[in-house]
Design a binder for this molecule. Sequence first.
Ligand code: PGA
Length: 243
Amino acid sequence: MKKIIVANWKMNGGVEFLRNYFSAGFTASNQIDTVFCPQFPLLNSFADYANKYGFFLGAQDCHHEFKGAFTGDVSAELLKEISVNYVILGHSERREYHFEKNEVIAKKFSQAQKFNLTPILCIGESLIDREKGNYKDFLLTQLSNSLPENFTSNFIIAYEPIWSIGTGVIATNDQIIEVFSLIKEFLNNKIGSDVDKIRILYGGSVNDKNVGDLSKIKDLSGYLVGSASLKRDQFSIISNSLL
Ligand code: PGA
């Protein structure tokens, strides 16, 4: 199974920024999958670079319905049409600022798979749940309810503790290992041996300084990277740590 690195640019990076980012060239190793998730209007411009440098396009969200009167939303079908391969779903920022509930995320998951987009399903507990000690129950409920009733094994899980996103505070390897085995056990009960096809990522304050330690985690399939992915040199170091 190939490892994967996903750059989540969030609401950062415009046309000029994109040009500068790739101005000195870019090398995406064919030993890992590299995915860039820029703001929607940049996806088309990104497609040229994706072909040239051998990486994949990802979207930061998609709508849960096929099409219709949903002002401001973007359909999975259109994303597929413009060569997007991956879609981040259930990011904690969407859950918080757009009030997305597990049930709607499960619908988005179905819609994405219907159009052959690979969902990158994000789960993660708050600091309160971590400190209260009920984070395992929280994560299992979140994972279980964010998955639709029927799904294929073409998806990725990203464990992103909310307290680690954009804070500079990174989960310890033991904390990550514990949650990864929880996720694996859950998936094993659900899809049996197909669990071996599912890549599980860590996200939250990953940078060029802390990847050395993180890469010691045996079951880690890669990273979902926010702010450090905006700096090309840092992002390359993080990618190379997966080789
Ligand atoms: P961060 O964001 O790397 O800036 O913490 C990660 C994410 O939100 O996906």
